[in-house]
Design a protein around this ligand. Structure first.
Ligand SMILES: *Cc1c(COP(=O)(O)O)cnc(C)c1O
Length: 391
């Protein structure tokens, strides 16, 4: 048998493979797989025993995806993580796991808008009751809890566009008193600047699309868990839904993480300097940046966060869309677009029209959301001055 020479077509399929002996590199190999090969029939028959940490099917993980999960778990201070195709999928997969017909979920008013839409368009259709709560008014949160029915309080700090930092510890304690789980979207801070699990949150979502990817060319999301029990529920749900991620994308995320602390330090200090300088400029009603003392929830940012990143908002004095468009048209370096966290600076005009249930006084205002990138701060400030000259 050993001397048997296979036909060419067989040789095409069965590669000899190069030796990895003596090969050491810093990169994590991209292991792609649908099929996982088992050493014998018995071990194939017992493959379900490999759940959750062993390898049984490519959709459930390869060494590349597990490397990224392990790194995220360590940074988040959790027990395990799962990967999904986007930040939005992280939130929706979690909610589809935890919530059943008859349950009730509480969503903050300043949540990433597609999450509000998901809860109202999908969860409600499946018989889950959804209430929007004011994250800065915990008395109202407390009274919104339906004993026995509320299963999850969602948290996002800082909130989208209006950047309020809520009192996560107090929300967690209200939740625990009532036997309710908490989950938190930590995309703005990343695990480097906030560890919600250490504040008592049960599960943390992050859009790796943003700072982990870091180059505006990747869509990926993660959930990191405080307990094995929750992790196992979500892992099984992902198998049921058939949701997995590409090892190629994970290898980009693994590369992105290596430079994340440097990128965040740079965009964090540049964004804060810009926020301070913008405070007293014409056309600007208010700068909202969690590290500025007048920003809502600044005291909770100081208590719970170890830094600030490159995204902040300004509320404009003007209500004239044409004027805002002219101002944005003067920008040469800031590009106009969403999905921040890359190397390029972005600005996005935001309106809260009809989107908020609380704090509606400012809801007719126009906002600009800045995401500072890695260009020279001198050039970027010149660009902002060009824009401001339109006001
Ligand atoms: C971008 C973002 C998401 C969604 O991430 P995608 O990967 O684009 O789906 C969720 N939450 C927050 C706070 C975000 O900024």
């Amino acid at each position: 048998m050993a001397d048997h020479v296979f036909e060419q077509s067989t040789m095409c399929v069965h590669r000899a493979g190069a030796s990895t002996e003596g090969f050491q590199s810093f990169s994590t190999p991209v292991y792609r797989a649908s099929t996982i090969v088992f050493p014998n029939a018995q071990s194939y028959r017992d493959r379900s025993l490999r759940f959750p940490d062993g390898y049984s099917y490519g959709l459930m993980g390869t060494p590349t995806t597990r490397s990224l999960e392990e790194q995220l778990t360590r940074l988040a201070g959790g027990v395990r993580s799962v990967l999904v195709p986007s930040g939005q999928a992280a939130v929706s997969a979690l909610m589809l796991t935890l919530l059943s017909q008859g349950d009730h979920v509480l969503i903050p008013d300043n949540v990433y808008p597609p999450v509000k839409q998901f809860s109202q368009e999908v969860l409600q259709r499946y018989g889950v009751a959804v209430d929007i709560y004011d994250p800065m008014n915990l008395q109202s949160l407390r009274s919104s809890i339906r004993i026995g029915r509320t299963k999850l309080i969602w948290i996002e700090a800082p909130g989208s566009t209006t950047m309020e930092v809520c009192d996560t510890r107090a929300i967690v304690s209200i939740a625990k008193e009532n036997g309710v789980l908490t989950g938190c979207d930590n995309t703005w801070a990343t695990s480097l600047f906030c560890k919600p699990i250490s504040l008592g949150v049960d599960v943390v979502a992050e859009a790796l699309t943003k700072y982990v990817g870091g180059h505006s060319d990747l869509l990926l999301g993660a959930l990191s868990f405080a307990s094995m029990d929750l992790y196992l529920q979500v892992k099984e749900q992902l198998a049921n839904l058939g949701v997995g991620v590409s090892p190629d994308d994970c290898s980009l995320a693994l590369r992105g993480i290596e430079t994340m602390s440097l990128r965040l330090a740079h965009v964090g200090s540049t964004a804060l300097a810009f926020a301070q300088r913008l405070k007293d400029r014409p056309g600007i009603a208010r700068v909202i940046h969690p590290a500025l003392p007048k920003s809502p929830g600044h005291e909770f940012w100081k208590r719970d966060f170890q830094g600030s990143t490159g995204v902040f908002s300004v509320q404009l004095q003007v209500h004239d869309t044409a004027l805002v468009d002219r101002a944005l048209g003067r920008l040469e370096l800031f590009a106009i677009g969403a999905s921040w966290g890359g190397t390029r600076s972005l600005v996005a005009p935001m309106s809260l029209d009809g989107q908020r249930s609380f704090g509606t006084s400012g809801s007719t205002s126009m906002y600009l959301r800045f995401s500072v990138g890695l260009e020279s701060p001198l050039d970027l400030w010149r660009d902002i001055e060009l824009m401001l000259s339109a006001f």
